[in-house]
Design a protein around this ligand. Structure first.
Ligand code: 0A1
Ligand code: ZN
Length: 875
């Protein structure tokens, strides 16, 4: 029998209706205490339209104390209270509603609503957490002006923060104090936040383009005060960038960021008071890697950019989530590209899209960028909504050109400022400022799945003909997509071939089958190599019958760095997939030699190491085991993938050993650590090179890694040594692991790296080791970061051991998910998505994965979050 939770109703976009009532102002008073926080809410509401329906407020997991309408206390027959709603009858068209309720933050392990982290109070309201704080019309199209008064014990919670500007603070009797905040900008409830705690404040200021001074604050636990510089610098860069690139200025007197250790996601853009997972704030050279620094830069910017794309202009309903998320991810991607290496940033973003979003789009959780129905909106904070959504905005930018796109965003921000709007509104602004008909473009928002483009070409004398056929997903019902398609042509020597006199074209693809004829200057009797979808202008899979030689030309000479990388990766992938298929047939790892052209291309890339170390590091990184696995739609050969990938690494390392050694040495850095593009590129290159060398399992190289670990004065170099040693199962590895733990065992964020690395070790003891680490004093199943680091890394990044044919990995994970579900359904649901791929495995594994899914799903108390994911996965 399905439980009450599991039968959560489906919400459909087509059923949208405007709210029956609007809330003009809300005045909230919190008397904070861990298990009995008292909330008083005074709302001025008015009826929206002409109707006689009752006022229905959302409210969950709390105790109602009293309800008043226009000064009169309601008796129990004047309202109806259920587990999720409070319905008040006979409300006048305009009314003053006062509600008092009690909540229990200390026992809130779901980390939605008001909860405690490290003894401090904080909130997470997006998407539907506010209804766990007080009774409210908790939907994004109800915009209200908030006044918030916080009362708490002064010595335990000296800092009291909320949205907007501070307007009052005073001592109360009995050791308490109070602070009042007023947010002048109407906002939806999901942007509400409060923080109360014992925190240290790092301050700075920013002068906006119109000359207003904004006070900036980052609040952290006292012992982390020396880890905020990078987040603060990133914030100031982001504020300036948004002025310069989008003309958007900040609009309050203060901007605060608070770092909390227990947080379900990365961070949250609450108006004027961003709350962050501490991993996206805290960094200093000896605790954070270059990757951490880059992550902080982009998440700080992302949340800041939401102030316009999300807060000033917000979403009408949660089906419009990508309106704010796709656009904001696009904005943060471009910001990071401007701060560092544009090409490398594009490679990283596309890599993520292909590995995560393409996989999502090909599996049971596939949904359009604008979903049409959901049961639990928490499950729709997905790579499709975020990353594919960003690609769709990028395509608009590419179709319109940067200047017209900017006109479109100006129009959008101006026209809809202070409103809750739809994706359609955004696209209409883009159509209005350009002369493009974007009606067909809408399909990108409406249809799930990744389109494939089949490309063919031919050349006759003086002419080059390009044909593109679209293979659209079934749900597109044969309708073509509209997309920009970057295109250029090279000859055998890697020289650009002018097409109609131009080196590069952005074609608009909009028919199921289309062809273009270009005049080309010379008569190229030999090889002509097209460079397709340059810069990944559209989120599609491109199929073209490249010869190995043609890929060699592109990886050597393409003037688009992204496509150079892509060409080399395609060559590696072709080699690996061929070998994996052969191993499957023969039943053993191959013995064939390294293909000469691949080796040569690898060597050529190494020659460029000094010029652009970061780019070379990206190129020589082998495709992940998961990405290779995604290329199989049945009988995924996890073992052969693992072994053949390792064999190719060893072959390349053996062939280029001395060059790799030279590169390693010549990119050694002295001087203090700085997070800056070239230096980070060199460190990344040394990481790759050292991993290749250590794969040879020669003590000269494992010693070198150990020395790197011992000499390192920054986390990037010390952790990279661990990563390199992890491919070598050497005595040195055990040694550095122990040393790392001894140094960092009291620093959970740093220990997450150690947990994650061990969870990824592919030896036979992997599962037992992970089980053992669950008992480690730094581990806690209540903390989402620890769970992701240890349990998540094993399930996601250790396919060889997670997919052990005994099913031990599956069973163990299913039990952990069940354990998590009782505490934090959001995290449990996210973990469960590793089972999505069950149909792509052999009969034995598929049956075992399915059994694990059923065990999770068929419990009467399975949460709605988890039931939706497992239900879809079971199909
Ligand atoms: N809007 C945030 C993401 C976010 C979503 C849900 C959360 O809790 C359930 C927390 C954060 C962002 O895009 O950064
Ligand atoms: Zn966001």
């Amino acid at each position: 029998m399905p439980s009450a939770e599991q039968s959560a109703v489906e919400i459909r976009l087509e059923d949208y209706t405007p709210p029956d009532f609007l809330i003009d102002t809300v005045d909230l008073t919190f008397d904070l205490s861990p298990s009995q926080t008292h909330v008083r809410s005074q709302m001025k509401i008015h009826r929206n339209g002409v109707h006689d329906r009752a006022l229905v407020l959302n409210g969950e997991h709390m105790t109602l104390l009293s309800v008043q309408v226009d000064g009169r206390a309601l008796t129990e027959n004047q309202y109806v209270l259920t587990e999720t709603t409070l319905t008040i009858f006979d409300v006048p068209d305009q009314a003053h509603v006062v509600i008092e309720n009690r909540i229990d933050p200390a026992s809130n392990t779901a980390l939605e609503g008001l909860y405690q982290s490290a003894g401090n109070f904080c909130t997470q309201c997006e998407p539907e957490g506010f209804r766990r704080i007080t009774y409210f019309i908790d939907r994004p199209d109800v915009l209200s002006r908030y006044t918030v008064t916080l009362i708490a014990e002064a010595d335990l919670y000296p800092i009291l923060l909320s949205n907007g500007n501070p307007v009052a603070a005073e001592k109360c009797v009995d050791g308490k104090h109070m602070a009042r905040w007023v947010d002048p900008h109407p906002k939806p409830s999901y942007l509400f936040a409060l923080v109360a705690g014992n925190l240290t404040r790092i301050t700075d200021e920013f002068v906006t383009q119109s000359g207003k001074t904004v006070e900036l604050g980052i609040y952290v636990e006292a012992h982390n005060a020396d880890r905020c510089d990078h987040a603060m610098a990133s914030l100031k860069h982001a504020m300036r960038w948004d002025e310069q690139v989008y003309g958007r200025e900040y609009d309050l007197d203060v901007f605060n960021i608070v770092a909390v250790d227990d947080f379900n996601m990365g961070a949250m853009e609450n108006k004027g008071l961003n709350v962050f997972n501490s991993r996206y704030v805290l960094a200093k050279p000896d605790t954070a890697t270059d990757g951490d620094y880059a992550g902080i830069e982009s998440v700080v910017a992302h949340e800041y950019f939401h102030n316009w794309s999300g807060n000033r202009v917000t979403c009408r309903d949660w089906f419009q989530l990508s309106l704010k998320e796709g656009f904001t991810v696009f904005r943060d991607q471009e910001f990071s590209a401007d701060m560092g290496s544009r090409a490398v940033k594009r490679i990283a973003d596309v890599n993520l899209l292909r590995q995560v979003q393409f996989a999502e789009d090909a599996g049971p959780q596939a949904h359009p960028v604008q979903p049409k129905a959901y049961r639990e909106i928490n499950n729709f904070y997905t790579s499709t909504v975020y990353n594919k959504g960003a690609e769709v905005v990028r395509m608009l930018r590419n179709l319109l050109g940067a200047d017209t796109f900017r006109q479109g965003t100006d129009l959008y921000f101006d026209r809809f400022d202070g409103q809750a709007v739809t994706i359609e509104d955004f696209v209409s602004c883009m159509a209005e400022v350009s002369d493009l008909d974007l009606a067909e473009f809408r399909q990108w928002y409406d249809v799930a799945g990744t389109p494939k483009l089949l490309v063919r070409d031919e050349y006759l004398e003086g002419q080059y003909i390009l044909n593109i056929d679209q293979m659209v997903p079934e749900s597109a019902k044969g309708h073509p997509y509209m997309l920009p398609f970057g295109f250029a042509l090279f000859d055998e020597a890697g020289q650009p071939v002018l097409l109609d006199g131009k080196a590069e074209h952005i074609l608009i693809v909009e028919q199921l089958s289309q062809s273009w004829t270009f005049s080309i200057e010379k008569n190229h009797a030999d090889l002509l190599v097209p460079s397709l979808n340059r810069g990944f202008t559209a989120p599609v899979e491109v199929q073209y019958d490249y010869s190995d030689e043609a890929l060699g030309v592109l990886s050597r000479a393409d003037t688009d760095a992204f496509n150079r990388w892509d060409a080399f990766q395609r060559r590696i992938q072709r080699c690996l997939l061929g070998r994996i298929r052969m191993a499957m047939d023969v039943g053993s790892v191959g013995e064939d030699a390294l293909p000469e052209d691949l080796s040569k291309a690898f060597g050529q890339l190494l020659l460029e190491a000094a010029q652009d170390p970061m780019f070379v590091a990206e190129c020589i990184a082998l495709p992940s085991e998961n990405y290779l696995a995604d290329q199989f739609d049945h009988d995924t050969p996890v073992e052969w993938i693992h072994h053949e990938r390792a064999r190719l690494r060893q072959q390349l390392a053996a062939e280029w050993e001395s060059t790799l050694q030279l590169i390693y040495q010549s990119h050694d850095q002295d001087g203090v650590y700085r997070f800056e593009s070239r230096a980070a590129g060199q460190r990344q290159l040394r990481r790759q090179v050292l991993s290749y060398l250590c794969s040879l399992k020669r003590s000269a190289w494992t010693q070198l890694a150990k020395e790197q670990f011992e000499r390192a004065d920054n986390m990037t170099e010390s952790f990279n040594a661990l990563v390199a040693l992890n491919v070598s199962d050497s005595a040195e590895f055990e040694h550095v692991l122990t040393a790392f733990e001894a140094r960092w065992r009291h620093d959970p964020l740093v220990m997450d790296k150690w947990f994650a690395l061990q969870a990824q070790r592919s030896d036979e003891n992997a599962l037992a080791r992970v089980q053992g680490l669950m008992e480690h004093p730094t581990f806690s199943i209540k903390n989402p970061n620890r769970v992701r680091a240890l349990i998540g890394s094993f399930a996601r990044i250790n396919p060889l051991r997670f997919h052990d044919s005994s099913g031990s990995g599956y069973q163990w994970l299913a039990d952990r998910i069940i354990e998590l579900d009782a505490m934090n359904p959001q995290i449990a649901a996210r973990m469960a998505s590793v089972f999505n791929t069950w149909k792509r495995f052999d009969g034995n594994r598929a049956a075992l994965m399915r059994a694990a899914l059923k065990k999770i799903h068929d419990r009467p108390d399975c949460s709605a979050d988890l039931a939706e994911i497992t239900g879809k996965a079971l199909g």
